[in-house]
Design a protein around this ligand. Structure first.
Ligand code: DQA
Length: 147
């Protein structure tokens, strides 16, 4: 089972970026945690990690996942609230997607409460710190196993 993790803009700055909101773990800590978690759930899970600050690169990566990955866990960062292009890429490939956020976007500014990605996702996990990613991994794996 191939799972693609997509980290959107500014997530390469995890650990340095607004630590009171996003914590002190780095993106590489998150990816290491996910590798361990995946192996403990099922040795057949093959995680791949991708980070980009560019909307177009994220669209291309989602298109590349067509026929190569079974599921996607994405934190689209600020593109969550703006990107029709990422939403259309998800619809185009029809790959099951779980949307994750480190912070609880519903507790924050009003502009963060609108997601273009949620309506085309299997589900959304928001507000559990970096544990949102492990919950996202479990959610996509369970969803794909039940399919
Ligand atoms: C975020 C929430 C977004 O609103 C923000 O733009 C981010 C991170 C989160 O993980 O909490 O970059 O997706």
């Amino acid at each position: 089972m191939k799972i693609l993790f997509i980290h959107g803009p500014n997530l390469n700055f995890l650990g340095k970026r607004e630590p009171e909101i996003y914590g002190t773990d780095t993106l590489s800590d998150v990816n290491s945690m996910l590798l361990k978690e995946a192996a403990s759930i099922d040795k057949g899970i093959e995680p791949e990690f991708f980070q980009s600050n560019s909307e177009g690169e994220i669209v291309t990566k989602i298109q590349d996942a067509f026929e190569n990955h079974n599921g996607i866990v994405i934190n689209p960062g600020a593109y969550t609230h703006t990107s029709i292009a990422i939403r259309d890429a998800i619809l185009s490939t029809a790959i099951p997607v779980v949307e994750v956020h480190i912070s609880n976007v519903f507790k924050r500014e009003e502009f963060r409460q609108k997601s273009f990605i949620s309506p085309v996702s299997v589900g959304v996990i928001s507000g559990f710190g970096i544990n949102s990613y492990t919950l996202g991994l479990k959610a996509i794996v369970d969803f794909l196993k039940d399919k």
